[in-house]
Write a protein that binds this ligand. Structure first.
Ligand code: ASP
Length: 430
């Protein structure tokens, strides 16, 4: 047992993933014996999310201090979120126009979409709901956007009261935050078992879809996949290196546990406790920055979802025989951005938000049924991309605030890099 515990956690999770695929494939009718472990693990994570968001955001805002600092960090965070989501959508758009999935389509996959709630919530309604009429109701129903809004203003007004309550409340929420993080560390230990339980069921439920891989659906999935890979392995690492002045490979290594968990659970919210732990403890971002940017990021920054929304909507349009011109593609870009911001960080949320784009294009909402069957594998990869972008954002903002991180590129390294660069250029010029 001790030996097993000595193996690094991400390797344990990786092994659990492989075992889950084997078990789910060969023993698909005996899944119930192990899937309960996934349910218990997810419940434990969900139990942590609300107190974590509340305490982390309140303590972050009180520690950020003045309204000016809050405004500056908030603005940078916002620019990063919108900027990277637009870059992701662009990658999806380019891949779609190169690969053109859905051309000469052999699809006849309209599924039973009755169980899905396909009513697109209007953006106005979402904004109206951000301000909760009853914060306790928002807390108990898990209305994350309202909880975020309340925490930020509550934290801000803590800084405006007199010294005694200010110090008391600041210390109180700091302490709650510390306890929740300790609790998170405890739950994290069970990730391999949880992942095994969750993935076994996912594999068993989706075995029938394997045949789809060889059809037009396979090409559609490949388009989303290549777009996500380009964004996650080229665009975000470049931002991390050039703007965040940090080592992307090291940061990626530090993030393996949350990334594998995001992949397995398909929920950026459920992964949030693990993301915060890794970004703070492993990459060294201060809790002031990570506890402000990460809960926000998990809720509104979804690069993977944005890219997926764009490709999926254009794919559905194509299958309905609609070739989107430039203006329509621009509409897709902006509605995909809004849809990704509005999507909840839970499994399949992105799929439902496609209805926003479909109604903007005047397409029937049932089009979602076309891609329903193959949503889960794409959800797994886009959720991991979402979490990767959140973590990258925390690093970039922390560096822009002058923080030295465990993954920072040191001045020495920069000199080394430029020396070796000079040598090579000399060689070339010889
Ligand atoms: N499952 C995704 C997430 O939690 C949202 C989506 O469905 O795209 O980040």
């Amino acid at each position: 047992m001790r030996k097993i515990l000595n193996i690094k956690l991400h390797w344990q999770i990786f092994a659990a993933l492989i075992l889950a695929v084997v078990y789910g494939y060969f023993f698909s009718d005996q899944v119930k014996y192990v899937s309960w472990m996934g349910d218990v693990f997810l419940n434990a994570l969900k139990m942590i999310i609300i107190p974590l968001i509340l305490s982390s955001l309140i303590s972050a805002v009180t520690n950020i201090g003045t309204g000016k600092n809050l405004g500056r960090i908030g603005l940078k965070t916002f620019i990063y979120y919108i900027g990277t989501s637009l870059m992701a959508i662009t990658a999806g758009l380019v891949m779609f126009n190169i690969i053109r999935p859905g051309k000469g389509s052999d699809l006849n996959l309209l599924q039973d979409v009755e169980n899905l709630n396909l009513d697109p919530t209007s953006i106005g309604e979402t904004i109206r709901n951000i301000i909760p009429s009853n914060i306790f109701e928002a807390l108990s129903s898990g209305n994350i956007l309202s909880i975020i809004f309340f925490s930020i203003i509550f934290g801000y007004f803590i800084t405006r009261v007199s010294e005694r309550p200010r110090i008391f409340l600041t210390e109180l929420f700091d302490s709650v935050y510390k306890v929740i993080m300790k609790l998170t560390l405890f739950v994290i230990k069970f990730t391999p078992l949880g992942v095994f339980g969750i993935v076994t069921r996912v594999v068993a439920d989706n075995i029938d879809q394997l045949s789809n891989l060889a059809s037009s659906m396979g090409i559609y999935m490949l388009t989303v996949f290549i777009g996500l890979v380009i964004h996650a392995t080229i665009v975000l690492p470049l931002i991390l290196r050039l703007i965040g002045k940090s080592n992307p490979r090291k940061h990626f290594g530090n993030m393996l546990t949350p990334l594998l968990t995001a992949f397995s659970t398909s929920s950026a919210a459920a992964t949030l406790p693990l993301t915060m732990e890794a970004v703070e403890k492993k990459s060294g971002v201060s809790s002031k920055i990570s506890s402000f940017t990460l809960p926000l990021g998990a809720t509104i920054n979804m690069d993977g979802t944005a890219l997926y929304e764009c490709v999926a909507a254009m794919f559905i349009a194509k299958v309905y025989g609609l070739d989107l011109g430039f203006t329509e593609q621009i509409i897709v870009v902006f509605t995909a951005l809004l849809a990704s911001i509005g999507a909840a960080s839970i499994p399949m949320a992105g799929l439902l938000m496609i209805t926003i784009i479909l109604s903007a294009l005047g397409l029937p909402l049932e089009g979602v049924g076309l891609i329903l069957a193959v949503d889960r594998p794409l959800d797994m990869i886009r959720t991991a991309t979402n979490v990767w972008s959140d973590s990258t954002g925390a690093v970039v903002i922390a560096r822009s605030e002058g923080e030295e991180l465990l993954i920072s590129i040191k001045q020495k390294d920069v000199i080394k890099i430029s020396k070796s660069h000079n040598k090579t250029s000399k060689k070339i010029s010889k």
